[in-house]
Design a protein around this ligand. Structure first.
Ligand code: ATP
Ligand code: MG
Length: 568
């Protein structure tokens, strides 16, 4: 493949040790100038922000060096894997902005070849059928300080092994009766080399191969060979597979087949978050969340529904760096990346989440004025505007009014004047209360001279609040989210508890009486906005005609930017 090599230097801001290895291999011509990576998910759950890091790394390295990246499902465990998960991964990786053309593969495509290679190892005297139970195999394996013991079945003849393995495939034995193991070294200091299991019996239908097989390869037996079949050059995986590398090498060497290079990096971990699919599955199954795409989930489908732009996720994972040392990233850094993107791109609008009625006593009953307001005030190059109606009865945020203002309360209070964003100055003259003493209406007068937010006398008001014209509002539902877990590390729990003990019971607040600008009557699912003073919001799929549902993506307050600034 004729391809250009870019020079990677220590100064390249986004450089990382894996790119340096690849760049070096390009220079030395290790794979004839080829770069071929793959992203290999197991379809036993939905893609997470953790997977996004691996997806980004594999696809961008291939892209940068003019190479290719495959998508391969490691579907070797039919008891946990489903087509639903395959479909979700495909959708989410595309959404994240990556493409594998026609290179979509499955480990299950290789079952026949893997079987033949197992037979080859048996014939070479390097694999045997073991009748020990799973429990016994564990016992015989030994520990880090004690060598293992050989199974009594370890020295079966090649003929007997071939016969038994064939009968395993033919379905003669029940689940768990026998396994095929590699014959390596029961005394190896690396436990993965102590005769690892290659095949187990599972009379379970597979989402792709149906009932064709009742023996299934273990991940360890499938993974390296799948890479080899696809001609992968750099097999990038996470640190927990470091110990397995000698095993993958051993398999490839004994089979005498093409050998990719495995490179391990540290997983992405986030505080206040669990990322393991097994734990996320538990949240879904136990009903702690509404599904894999619940906007509180760290899944890509959840983050999409929450309103996270794919570019922000790509920026974030690239900013977290690629390392050999495990660490935990502050979730505020992810939120910062989301805010940066939305601040730049999100159209502005006004929404009142908890409405309070305001009557402007000196404004004519039947008059309506339409204010022209910029949609993208953050971007001077854009001039689009929206029409926002103003009339005698308004709604404002309940928290923007108080009868008894504390010091430095610059919003609306009896006798106090505020600026209505983009409209007039308003002074509170009184309140109406219901029988319980709750304020149900605020009475005000406006200054007709202050149109657009200025007065001839140049007097200043300190507070600015958002508002809507009551007669023109679009009703909406707004969902506010807080962290799903109360603890920075949700996995730290008291004895007898599991991570769900750390769930935040108040992670979702539904505001059913929210109101938005009439211009938002026809929003589409996935549209994102900044509601002035409230944060960023995205339109949820639960929206119905006439009743949009908005998820708060993030608030406006950027704790990460603060941390970064104070450390500078
Ligand atoms: P889980 O525990 O969530 O099931 P996994 O590693 O078993 O995680 P896979 O579907 O097997 O999930 O992972 C596919 C690829 O994504 C692997 O190469 C894996 O190393 C990588 N990956 C998974 N989680 C992370 C993470 N948190 N950070 C970086 N890469 C990850
Ligand atoms: Mg896994």
């Amino acid at each position: 493949m004729g391809q250009e090599t870019k020079t990677i230097t220590a100064e390249t801001p986004t450089s990382n040790f894996i790119r340096e290895i690849v760049a070096e291999d390009m220079v030395t011509g290790k794979y004839e100038g080829r770069v071929h990576t793959r992203f290999p998910p197991e379809p036993n759950g939905y893609a997470t922000i953790g997977h996004a890091k691996s997806i980004w790394l594999n696809f961008t390295i291939a892209e940068e060096f003019g190479g290719l990246c495959n998508l391969r499902f490691d579907d070797t465990n039919p008891t946990k894997e489903e087509q639903e998960y395959v479909d979700a991964f495909i959708k989410d990786i595309r959404w994240l902005g990556f493409d594998w053309d026609d290179r979509l593969f499955y480990a299950s495509d290789y079952f026949e070849q893997l079987y033949d290679w197992a037979v080859q190892l048996i014939k070479q005297g390097q694999a045997y059928v073991d009748d020990l139970s799973a429990e016994e195999i564990r016992e015989y394996r030994g520990t880090l300080t004690e060598p293992g013991r050989g199974s009594p079945y370890r020295n079966r003849s090649i003929e007997e092994n071939l016969d038994l393995f064939e009968r395993m495939r033919a379905g003669e034995f029940p689940d768990g009766a026998r396994v095929l193991r590699a014959k390596i070294d029961m005394a190896s200091p690396n436990l993965t080399l102590r005769d690892p299991v290659m095949y187990r019996i599972l009379h379970t239908s597979h989402h792709r191969t149906g009932d064709k097989w009742c023996i299934y390869p273990l991940y360890d037996w499938a993974h390296g060979q799948s890479d080899s079949i696809e001609g992968i050059t750099h097999s990038i995986c996470t640190l927990e597979f470091e110990n397995n590398r000698p095993l993958y090498d051993w398999f490839l060497d004994q089979l005498g087949i093409y050998h990719p290079q495995q490179i391990e990096f540290a997983r992405l971990n986030l505080n206040y978050t669990v990322i393991s699919k097994r734990k996320l599955l538990k949240l879904v199954e136990a009903g702690y969340v509404s599904g894999w795409d619940d906007p509180r989930m760290p899944t890509l489908s959840g983050l999409r529904r929450r309103g996270y732009p794919p570019a922000a996720i790509r920026n974030f994972v690239s900013q977290t760096g690629v390392s050999k040392a495990n660490s935990v990233v502050d979730v505020a850094m992810l939120e910062h990346a989301v805010r940066e993107d939305l601040n730049e791109h999100a159209p502005r609008a006004m929404a009142v989440l908890r409405p309070l009625r305001v009557v402007v006593e000196n404004y004519p009953e039947d008059q309506v004025e339409w204010f022209d307001m910029p949609i993208y005030p953050q971007d001077r190059s854009r001039t689009e505007t929206r029409q926002v109606p103003f009339s005698r009865v308004l709604v404002i945020e309940q928290e923007d009014f108080t009868e008894n203002p504390p010091p430095k309360y610059y919003r609306l209070a009896p006798g106090q004047e505020v600026r209505l964003l983009g409209a007039y100055y308003l002074t509170c003259t009184g309140v109406e209360k219901d029988a319980t003493g709750r304020v149900v209406e605020v009475r005000c007068i406006y200054d007709p001279e202050s149109r657009g937010g200025q007065t001839p006398d140049g007097r200043k008001v300190r507070g600015t609040i958002h508002w809507l014209s009551a007669a023109h509002v679009q009703p909406a539902e707004v969902r506010l989210y807080d962290r799903l877990f109360n603890n920075e590390n949700p996995n730290i729990v008291a004895e007898g508890e599991d991570f769900t003990a750390n769930l935040n019971p108040n992670s979702l607040e539904v505001l059913a009486e929210a109101l938005v600008e009439p211009a938002l009557a026809n929003v589409q699912v996935g549209n994102r906005f900044q509601f002035m003073r409230q944060g960023y919001f995205a339109v949820d799929p639960d929206s119905t005609p006439g009743r949009p549902v908005f998820n708060r993506t993030v608030g406006l307050k950027d704790t990460w930017a603060k941390i970064v600034m104070s450390s500078e």
